[in-house]
Design a protein around this ligand. Structure first.
Ligand code: ZN
Length: 155
């Protein structure tokens, strides 16, 4: 609907009626023209409100479409990962396929997939985005065999 054209047409009709009122007319015609002008004024007010509502709905529609695109994009991304538990018991998201890559579970909750990187600490992954650390595997043994352990040597 072309609101500007409709509003202009109503204004034209109202101006024509106003011009008629300024002429010499009898009381009955004057009353009817006044009533017609009043009704046109109400239609103009309603038209304005409908236009405002349309603008709000268009804005909502735009926002909802953006949210839907974002949701669809996220759903497509998470199809590429699955929940994975490291041998140390930490839960991560693992990407399907190779090379082996993991995603941060903290960022996952925020609907972001960040690939974990090895950090300086042994056997730990780190998320560069949120700085969370995850144990990749249990620490290896120290190389000291239980049979080498002599409790009496301490005394
Ligand atoms: Zn993270």
């Amino acid at each position: 609907m072309d609101f500007t054209a409709a509003y202009t047409a109503l204004k034209f009709a109202k101006d024509a009626l106003k011009f008629t009122l300024e002429q010499k007319i009898d009381d009955k015609v004057h009353t009817q023209v006044s009533e017609a002008m009043e009704k046109i004024g109400k239609v103009q007010d309603e038209l304005f409100l409908v236009r405002e509502e349309l603008l709000k709905l268009q804005e909502d529609n735009h926002t909802l479409k953006a949210l839907l695109r974002e949701k669809e994009s996220w759903e497509k991304q998470i199809e590429e990962v699955y929940l994975y538990t490291t041998s140390a018991g930490d839960h991560l998201y693992r990407f399907k396929g190779l090379p082996e890559r993991f995603a941060c579970p903290v960022c996952y909750v925020k609907k972001e997939l960040y690939i974990l990187q090895w950090n300086d600490k042994p056997y730990k992954y780190e998320c560069k985005a949120c700085k969370s650390e995850f144990r990749a595997q249990d620490y290896p043994d120290t190389g000291i065999l239980v049979s080498d352990y002599d409790p009496l040597s301490r005394y």
